[in-house]
Design a protein around this ligand. Structure first.
Ligand code: AMP
Length: 278
């Protein structure tokens, strides 16, 4: 695996590779890698000649300074995992490499996606995500971009970003990798203590509950019941939402394609997850 720290060097290297007809797959991450991330690498490897992973904890997408400060960092282990997974190129830039001098953040028109669910509870988050992915895509000229369905709304936002950029990368949404008890793998899980780790699986259990009862209760009663189950186990709940899986707007009936989405915190550790309900 070749490690690049300088954006210009990586761009030049990839351009040369592309000229020889190589197809490039790219998985951007914030590190503290787990099997969920490695699944993106696996998908990228199977569809491309060269697989690129980036590790960059992007400050502009954090609306909570403590979350940014405490974001887990495990670079040495990440490098080992990526080598083991057969990743070809790792990009670990500094903030200065990603954000040019005198950078002026554009405003990305994300429509209603900006103001619902994650957008509502993390103001500015998706603008920050778009900034960094926009800049990374200018550095990593990729054919295919791999994203995790765990961040379902992010997948929709980045679909919109590619429309705004008018760029031709193909998007691939990779299913959520879970622990044996159902907890969605997440870098933030590293911050959970033993009892919080046990409680954290409640999020998955509530998603399963929503799925099992989707025809038994009204949508709003189900959302309320899910919220109550989480609160009873000590979570501060941002949302338990049943939405149309194509639009992410509030579901009106069970005839629509439905997705359940949850964001809830244990202490200051905020976890998100989602699951298709029909
Ligand atoms: P992050 O490092 O959390 O910013 O995530 C980098 C990429 O990995 C994003 O596209 C995430 O959606 C994806 N990802 C994170 N966790 C998982 C998981 N458990 N399963 C699949 N993909 C994931």
């Amino acid at each position: 695996m070749i490690i690049f720290k300088q954006a210009s060097q990586l761009t030049t290297y990839l351009q040369t590779q592309k000229q020889t007809g190589k197809r490039i797959g790219f998985a951007p991450t914030m590190g503290a890698l787990h099997q969920g991330h490695l699944q993106l690498i696996e998908h990228a490897r199977s569809g491309n000649d060269l697989t690129v992973c980036s590790i960059f904890v992007n400050p502009t997408q954090f609306n909570n300074p403590e979350d940014f400060q405490k974001y887990p960092k495990t670079l040495e282990k990440d490098i080992e995992l990526l080598i083991g997974a057969g990743c070809d190129i790792l990009f670990i830039p500094t903030k200065e490499e990603v954000y040019p001098d005198n950078y002026i953040a554009p405003h990305y028109d994300l429509g209603y996606l900006e103001n619902i669910l994650e957008g509502e509870h993390r103001p500015g988050h998706f603008q920050g995500v778009c900034q960094v992915v926009d800049l990374l895509l200018n550095i990593v000229h990729t054919d295919n971009l791999y994203l995790g369905q765990k961040d379902f709304q992010q997948c929709m936002v980045l679909t919109r970003l590619l429309e705004i950029r008018g760029s031709r990368e193909h998007l691939h949404f990779v299913p959520t990798k879970r622990e044996a008890d159902g907890l969605a793998m997440s870098s933030r899980n590293l911050r959970l203590n033993e009892s919080q780790r046990e409680l954290a699986t409640t999020i998955y259990q509530v998603l399963e509950y929503l799925k099992a009862n989707i025809n038994a209760l009204s949508i709003s009663d189900l959302e309320q019941a899910g919220r109550t189950q989480l609160e009873q186990r000590g979570f501060a709940v941002d949302y338990v939402a049943i939405c149309n899986a194509d639009t992410l707007l509030a579901a009106q009936s069970t005839n629509e394609p439905l997705i359940g989405l949850i964001a809830a915190s244990l202490d200051t550790i905020r976890l998100i997850d989602n699951e298709r309900l029909n």
